[in-house]
Ligand binder design. Structure first.
Ligand SMILES: *[C@@H]1O[C@H](CO)[C@@H](O)[C@H](O)[C@H]1NC(C)=O
Ligand SMILES: *[C@@H]1O[C@H](CO)[C@@H](O)[C@H](O)[C@H]1NC(C)=O
Ligand SMILES: *[C@@H]1O[C@H](CO)[C@@H](O)[C@H](O)[C@H]1NC(C)=O
Length: 446
């Protein structure tokens, strides 16, 4: 027997695994359609190879003309387990496959996939979610080296505010860990403040709760979409692939099936067998259903959705004004504010700011004409989504820069990514003078 040179065997093995890796199945083909269940990496694909990569052209260090004086970041919590409600949908679908789809059930068992989701997971932050925040903290420190500094962290000029939900508190802790590692100051601890009035303002907005959250009619477009030919066809194709009668699949089963693919990928980075139950068109249809829900529940669908965020809007501008006036007198007491909340925190605020607004509203009947819409939750608020607003002191006055998910964000009615703060305030004058959380959220008895 002739033994092959081990180097040859090794390089053959290497190229084989490289080929399977590149051509096969690491990332589900439908991964960009997971909406709010999508990975941050789908928005910034360069992070897949280097978790700490930053876009060099966007680093704002000391410049000869402008100096950064304040940064506020509003950040969604990182990757998390499904909520109890969604685990139930996933289990129901799994059980249906086990009892009614023998071929699929056999394939699943062969792939060694086991039902690993349990109801007590209850939306908790996962390890990947901690890393989302630890790495984001390090990248933001690279982007803003004059604001996110060791000294500012040590002397309390970096403030942390979080929603009370465990996944947000733990994301905040992970973010702080990222900075502690970045500056190499292990053993230090930094406080955070829990503030639901700011980070979960929607719960406190009686009008939103009554008119949207508890009002079935508020989401009627979502219900109507479930009855459209597009959604029916998606369910039928799923039934065909499983070889079960059409009557056995509901909208909840389709959702449960997609979650199995999406969560396996987001949490464990695996492209599981479940993903093969959908083609790209199916995924687009389901994405539209979830975007419709976000649109009517958190965004332009009802005016109170965005108005519920007035408290956070005013908080942001108050911090910027304070930093501007501090900067004039030479001592900025709060250089950085890190606020951790939910997709439901970011979407209403972005909507109030007039961002991601399509010409036509999203409805149950315009799936086809909305194919190129800008309102795609998966692009706007994936896990660890972040809105970063930075104030600069320049010779010609203060300037503002906004970024969403580490990319420049052009505010409405402006022709530059680096507008004068006064021009921004002029554009939002009506909101700055009004948008009173008390009166906007008051229930008027009609
Ligand atoms: C880096 O940022 C610049 C300016 O926004 C942009 O034109 C460029 O495409 C970005 N590069 C990457 C790799 O995203
Ligand atoms: C939050 O993190 C702590 C410490 O890492 C951990 O013990 C706890 O279980 C986490 N809680 C949730 C809800 O993830
Ligand atoms: C913290 O340190 C920075 C850098 O020395 C300084 O500019 C800032 O005023 C200090 N802030 C406080 C609150 O002491």
């Amino acid at each position: 027997m002739i033994l092959k040179d081990p180097r040859v065997i090794f390089s053959a093995y290497l190229s084989f695994s490289l080929i399977t890796c590149l051509t096969c199945c690491d990332i589900p083909r439908i991964a960009t359609y997971f909406g709010t269940k999508g990975r941050y990496e789908e928005v910034n694909t360069y992070l897949i190879n280097d978790k700490l990569a930053v876009n060099e052209t966007l680093i704002r260090g000391a410049s000869s003309t402008c100096s950064a004086v304040h940064l506020t970041a509003v950040i969604r919590h990182g990757t998390r387990y499904p909520t109890t409600k969604n685990v139930k949908k996933m289990k129901d679908f799994y059980n249906l496959v086990q009892s009614n789809a023998p071929d699929w059930s056999h394939k699943l068992n062969q792939s060694l996939w086991k039902m690993w989701y349990t109801e007590d997971m209850d939306g908790r932050l996962v390890q990947k979610g901690r890393e989302d925040h630890t790495n984001l903290a390090k990248r933001l420190a690279k982007y803003f080296p004059t604001l996110i500094t060791e000294e500012n962290l040590r002397n309390g000029s970096i403030k942390f505010i979080t929603s009370s939900k465990h996944r947000c508190v733990n994301s905040t802790i992970a973010f702080k860990t990222g900075l502690i590692e970045y500056f190499g100051i292990g053993g230090e601890e930094f406080d955070h403040e829990v503030n639901d009035a700011l980070m979960r303002f929607f719960d406190a907005c009686a009008k939103w709760v009554a008119e949207v959250e508890k009002n079935k009619l508020a989401l009627k477009e979502v219900d109507l979409f479930n009855g459209t030919p597009e959604m029916k066809r998606t369910a039928e194709k799923l039934a065909d692939r499983l070889q079960v009668p059409y009557s056995q699949l509901t909208a909840d089963s389709v959702e449960g099936a997609l979650y199995l693919c999406a969560y396996d990928f987001a949490i464990k980075s695996i492209n599981s067998l479940w993903c093969q139950l959908f083609d790209e068109m199916d995924a687009k249809v389901i994405e539209y259903a979830t975007d419709l829900k976000q649109f009517w529940k958190r965004s332009y669908g009802h005016e109170i959705n965005s108005k519920s965020s007035c408290a956070l809007f005013h908080d942001l501008f108050k911090r910027l004004d304070q930093a501007a006036s501090d900067s004039r007198s030479g001592h900025v007491s709060e250089a950085v504010t890190i606020q951790v909340g939910h997709a439901e925190t970011l979407l209403p605020l972005l909507t109030l700011l007039g961002l991601f607004k399509d010409i036509e509203p999203l409805t149950s009947t315009n799936f086809a004409t909305q194919a190129d819409r800008i309102f795609r939750a998966g692009r706007i608020v994936p896990y660890a989504a972040n809105l970063v607003v930075v104030l600069y002191n320049c010779p010609e006055g203060f300037r503002l820069e906004a970024r969403l998910n580490e990319k420049p964000l052009r505010l409405p009615k402006l022709d530059t990514d680096f507008p004068l703060f006064d021009d921004v305030k002029r554009n939002y004058a009506e909101l700055l003078q009004g948008c009173n959380p008390k009166t906007e959220c008051e229930l008027t008895n009609v």
